[in-house]
Write a protein of this length. Structure first.
Ligand code: SB7
Ligand code: NI
Length: 188
């Protein structure tokens, strides 16, 4: 199981690499990696398990964050949330996106960043994505709101991009044109 000690931090070169495509059908090793990523995000949102294993809560995690430069990530929104989704994405891509942007009013955080980086992170408000699942089947879906933001945060990790790369350096809270603000907690 993935623990905080397994998560690499800012400054580690893997976080700045473009991760490799995953060969399909998935190898047993890649499948286990994908499952462990989903397990981490689920456990991290379970108060008891998070406390027991000292996990920082996150809605997503990408393979490069555990020093595996592979195009895999997991997202999880508890069934009690309106988002309610559990997703493993292999070789994900955005096939189309809205012109409209969105951003979290509280900014973003990252399991690989041990400091708060204030500022708005502009994202596409709506995206249509394609990826492969654990069974190696392709799927397509539309996302908006927080899941769309989280998907873009994770996809960025596969391309060596950190959330703060998108923050306006001169004025972190400068108004973002044509964007809908989204209220929600930051770190998770
Ligand atoms: C805020 C946080 C996340 C996504 C979008 C907004 C995920 C934080 C956890 N991660 O570091 C995942 O890469
Ligand atoms: Ni992150």
């Amino acid at each position: 199981m993935i623990l905080m000690k397994d998560i690499i931090r800012e400054g580690h070169p893997t976080l700045r690499k473009r991760s490799e495509e995953v060969a399909l059908p998935l190898s047993a090793e890649d499948k286990a990696l994908a499952e462990s990523l989903l397990e981490y995000v689920k456990n991290s949102q379970d108060d008891e398990l998070a406390e027991k294993y000292d996990l920082r809560a996150g809605v997503g995690i990408a393979a490069p964050q555990v020093n595996q430069a592979k195009r895999i990530f997991a997202l999880y929104f508890d069934p009690s949330t309106e988002e309610n989704m559990s997703l493993i994405a292999i070789n994900p891509k955005i096939v189309s996106h809205s012109v409209e942007k969105s951003y979290l009013t509280t900014g973003e955080g990252c399991l690989s960043v041990d400091r708060a980086v204030p500022g708005y992170v502009p994202r596409y408000a709506r995206i249509t994505v394609k990826a492969y699942n654990l069974q190696g089947e392709e799927f397509k879906m539309r996302l908006k709101g927080l899941p769309a933001i989280a998907f873009q945060h994770e996809l960025d990790h596969l391309n060596g991009i950190m959330f703060f790369d998108h923050i306006n350096a001169e004025n972190p809270f400068a108004e973002i044109e044509n964007a809908t603000p989204i209220e929600r907690g930051s770190g998770e």
